[in-house]
Ligand binder design. Structure first.
Ligand code: FES
Length: 171
């Protein structure tokens, strides 16, 4: 049986040791920086993305506008942003929360503001109209329905989250 021993010179030993220690120290310095940089990406979608808006017993069959504030996190910048929703109960008792932002050019819509269309959402900027469920009225400028908010009811309160496309679809 032959022995295949390799001798390590003092120079090689020092090289290996210094490389190992240097690498360990560099990793120790870089890890917190990397963690700091990508931390927002590692955070799970927070439940507090849903914001308490109104007590459910205040919601009627007639759309009402409710204002609320959302905590907006953009990377490391956190701010409070005002928002609002048109909220009502439909004939099945389901709560519908519509975005007030017109899908034409982004003006704010109002419920029953146009005397000629008492049961529709109206956008005063270019006379846009939407049905109660948010569907755009053909022949008016908006090409799609009002967005709806993600919503949930907890402990008697309505919570709203992000907006998403309205399932009623466009006219
Ligand atoms: S912005 Fe609403 S109709 Fe133009």
């Amino acid at each position: 049986m032959s022995e295949n021993k390799q001798r390590v010179s003092r120079r090689q030993f020092l090289n290996y040791t210094l490389t190992g220690v240097g690498g360990f120290m560099a990793a120790g310095m870089l890890m917190p920086m990397v963690r700091f940089a990508i931390d927002p990406l590692l955070q799970p979608e927070a439940e507090h993305d849903m914001v308490q808006v109104v007590s459910v017993d205040k919601i009627t069959k007639e759309p009402q506008k409710f204002d609320f504030k959302i905590n907006q996190v953009d990377g490391w910048y956190e701010s409070e942003v005002s928002n609002s929703a048109w909220v009502y109960k439909n004939d099945n008792g389901d709560i519908i929360a519509l975005s007030p932002v017109c899908k034409h050019l982004g003006c704010a819509v109002s419920w029953a503001e146009d005397p000629g269309n008492p049961n529709r959402f109206f956008c005063p900027c270019h006379y846009g109209l939407y049905e109660k469920d948010g569907k755009n009225v053909p022949g008016t400028p908006p090409m799609g329905p009002l967005d709806v908010f993600d919503s949930q009811v907890k402990d008697g309160y309505l919570y709203l989250g992000k907006t998403k496309p309205n399932p009623v679809g466009g006219a």
